[in-house]
Write a protein that binds this ligand. Structure first.
Ligand SMILES: *Cc1c(COP(=O)(O)O)cnc(C)c1O
Length: 359
């Protein structure tokens, strides 16, 4: 049975001035809309107490499970203002389906995809003043779920809370899409066989931060991880998948092995690239194939992809004692970014039914 979201409006909505100011330079994940969605699951009663309510702090007991055992997952997707003024989200059902898979891996209850999408539609409609109109800007939706049972016993929580918040966000790259420099993590891995790499869980991010810190210390923007067993196969970045472009136009991306997160952007690019006339391969990529490929010219471009940045070209790969710099021209990444962003912004026909009009 579909959840009913009770509506409790804020008594102090942001004024138009404040919203205009926030939308002028929203950055990423710094400002939030007037409302949020919450729902609570209990082992005995299932999902209930679904509400849209004023955005604000959650009050949690210090012994709440999630603080101790990190039983928590999240999602991220975006709502875009369309040329006719309406609002549409990009593939929310795909994020909802992944939220179910992540929940299963973390022994959390499934939230029906329909409820996931309705929660977002309801919040977006209520807070539609917060959906930017500037090109390249969007409203970022952040659904998450966490164990909110109180007590220190280690077991799947018998009480779980779902929350959805929304944040206007600017284009990821202020001042154009600059290529990023990537640090090759040789000391840390992100996910192992049988682990949680394919789940969008909070703990994966916690585990990646020390490597990200190392990347920054070495003058890089982001970190790329290798597989945990052979330390040889390229997996992905801390929060983005990766693609290589070969000199014959073929796109190659690491195959899903169970330790790689299945990105919605990755999946969309595999589809679009074929339509744009590229061969695509999902297979293992040896880090030496990457390093040598840049030198010999076999690999002409490398880019990262994910909801936040969409497509980010990788200008250089750096590791302890070396660096390989890619050519400055990134025609394939540019073509794919333009096509995908065009669909999201409603400028390019959506032949896949990826855009979900917010009712
Ligand atoms: C969210 C995420 C991605 C990108 O997924 P999208 O659905 O494209 O946003 C890639 N890798 C990791 C580890 C992620 O958490």
């Amino acid at each position: 049975m579909a959840l009913d979201f009770a509506l409790e409006r804020t008594s102090t909505p942001a004024g138009d001035d404040r919203i205009a100011e926030a939308l002028a330079a929203p950055g990423f994940g710094r400002v939030f809309t007037d409302h949020m969605v919450t729902a609570v699951w209990t082992a005995d009663g299932g999902w209930g107490d679904a509400r849209v309510r004023p955005y604000g702090p959650l009050s949690l007991d210090p012994a709440t499970h999630v603080f101790h055992y990190a039983q928590a997952i999240f999602e991220g997707f975006k709502a875009y203002r369309q040329p006719d003024g309406t609002i549409a989200t990009f593939r929310p059902e795909a994020n909802g389906a992944r939220f179910v898979r992540s929940a299963q891996r973390m022994a959390l209850p499934a939230l029906e995809v329909e409820d996931f999408v309705t929660a977002a539609d309801t919040l977006i409609r209520l807070d539609e003043r917060w959906v930017p109109t500037a090109p390249d800007a969007s409203l970022y939706l952040r659904p998450f779920m966490m164990a909110t049972e109180v007590g220190l016993g280690v077991r799947p929580a018998r009480e779980v809370t779902f929350v959805l918040i929304a944040s206007p966000s600017a284009s990821y790259f202020s001042g154009g899409a600059k290529p990023v420099t990537i640090w090759l993590s040789e000391d840390y891995t992100r996910a192992g066989a049988g682990g949680t790499g394919a789940a969008k869980c909070a703990g994966n991010y916690a585990a990646s931060l020390v490597a990200q810190q190392e990347a920054i210390a070495n003058g890089c923007d982001q970190v790329v991880f290798l597989d945990a067993t052979e330390r040889r196969w390229v997996e992905e970045l801390g929060g983005m998948n990766i693609f290589f472009v070969l000199d014959d136009g073929t796109l190659v991306t690491p195959e899903l092995t169970g330790s790689i997160l299945e990105g919605v952007t990755r999946d969309s690019i595999l589809t679009l690239a074929k339509e744009l006339g590229h061969e695509v391969e999902e297979r293992r990529v040896d880090v030496d194939e990457w390093r040598k490929g840049i030198e010999t010219g076999r690999i002409t471009e490398t880019f990262a992809c994910g909801t936040a940045a969409v497509v980010a070209s990788i200008g250089a790969l750096r590791w302890h004692g070396g660096e390989a710099t890619a050519p400055a021209a990134t025609p394939v990444a540019d073509e794919i970014r333009d096509t995908l962003v065009g669909i999201q912004q409603g400028r390019v026909p959506d032949s896949h039914g990826w855009m979900h009009p917010v009712p």
